[in-house]
Design a protein around this ligand. Structure first.
Ligand SMILES: [Fe+2]
Length: 409
């Protein structure tokens, strides 16, 4: 039994009965009407799958009837039965989409059954296509919704990651800042210890400060770049830092040192460099401090470096350090005069000292004057020490005290 329903419309009862019988035998459900208005009234309640209608009927023709049906029930298959005389009108109706097919009277029952079957098959195909298209549209909508959901989830994760990243970055910067602060605090502590130690010895008091000013001016005269100048400043101030490890019995010995004692003193460039090891921003300073007792001809210590292999900053400090040491009294010898000290530098030029550095220092000494002879000169250059105020808190006070004879015991 077919599930399709066919509505037969014709004003001739015999034809209606014949078609009713034929379609029913073929398994279709059949409804009948004897005029177009009667058929339209039926359609108000239920639309069939197929309408087979005569054209020539009183009141309303089949074509007019189908035009109304098309507007109200677009999917209903419309088959028109027409006489030969109305053929032209029927073709026009097909072209306008009002009628699916027409069958000319008289017709064989078999012919009309085939027409109905084919029409139903065609509409089934169309219907299945529509169902498939609908399913595809629904699937696409579901997929699109999932893509949107995933995109939103991804955006949320990305935003959360960005937030965490920026938080981590802030923490990293904070750790870096704290680490740098810790390093500078460490530097300040050891530097203050060193300068306090230097101040205790009347023979060395103020030595590092004088070396600092001389070295700074020689560095400028030799055209060192700003990055080198920073390390020259620190190295000049801290060049004898390693002497912290030398016992007072050796450091303050009022007589000539024994060879063993001298060897202990000779360890101070390496010790000084080692103390600065943990301070990352002073790594280049550390190397200069290690080299400040190297000699131009390679006979110095601790590494026996020579000529240009010794950092220019180390060579500068070697010259000004030796000059200031010669100018000051030592327990075992008297201070040399400025001329004798310069004579000694020149005599050792190219052997112990870098020739360029000696020449530059002579010019600097001519321009600045001698800090040992005139400690008051240091006050004129006190601003040059400002760079280390942040790193070495308390050092300014020590230098100020140094300037007042006898305050630091
Ligand atoms: Fe030294």
């Amino acid at each position: 039994m077919s599930s399709y329903t066919i509505l037969v419309v014709d004003d001739e009862p015999d034809i209606v009965d014949l078609l009713h019988e034929t379609f029913a035998e073929a398994g279709y459900s059949v409804q009948t009407a004897h005029s177009a208005p009667e058929a339209l009234a039926l359609l108000e309640h239920q639309a069939p799958d197929v309408i087979v209608s005569d054209n020539r009927m009183p009141g309303m023709s089949g074509i007019e009837f189908f035009e109304v049906v098309r507007q109200r029930h677009q999917d209903v298959i419309r088959i028109l039965m027409t006489g030969y005389a109305d053929l032209k009108i029927a073709i026009e109706a097909i072209n306008r989409g009002w009628v699916y097919k027409f069958i000319t009277k008289p017709f064989k029952m078999e012919e009309i059954l085939v027409a109905v079957r084919r029409a139903l098959e065609y509409y089934d195909m169309v219907h299945q296509k529509q169902v498939l298209e609908q399913q595809v549209r629904q699937q696409n909508a579901i997929l699109e919704q999932r893509v949107q959901e995933r995109t939103r989830a991804l955006q949320t994760v990305t935003e959360e990651l960005a937030l965490k990243n920026s938080k981590l970055l802030r923490q990293k910067n904070e750790i870096r800042r704290l680490f740098s602060s810790l390093q500078r605090s460490y530097l300040g502590t050891i530097a203050v210890m060193y300068f306090a130690l230097e101040s205790k010895d009347r023979y060395t008091r103020g030595h590092s400060e004088r070396v600092f000013h001389y070295a700074l001016h020689v560095g400028h005269k030799l055209g060192l770049p700003p990055s080198d100048m920073v390390h020259l400043k620190y190295a000049a101030l801290l060049h004898d830092l390693g002497k912290i490890s030398v016992p007072d019995s050796i450091l303050l010995k009022p007589s000539q040192l024994t060879p063993e004692e001298y060897n202990v003193i000779k360890g101070h460039p390496v010790v000084g460099a080692t103390i600065l090891d943990p301070i990352l921003f002073l790594q280049r300073t550390r190397d200069v401090i290690r080299q400040h007792h190297e000699r131009f001809d390679g006979s110095g210590y601790p590494d026996g470096l020579h000529s240009e292999l010794i950092d220019i900053k180390g060579r500068i400090i070697a010259v000004v350090d030796a000059y200031d040491a010669m100018r000051s009294d030592r327990p075992y010898r008297m201070a040399r005069s400025r001329d004798l000290a310069l004579e000694e530098l020149n005599a050792l030029k190219g052997r112990q000292f870098c020739p360029r550095c000696v020449t530059a220092f002579e010019e600097v000494l001519e321009e600045l004057g001698d800090f040992y002879d005139d400690p008051g000169l240091l006050d004129q250059y006190r601003d040059e020490l400002r760079f280390m105020e942040e790193d070495m808190r308390g050092i300014n006070e020590i230098f100020t005290l140094n300037a007042v004879e006898g305050v630091v015991a």
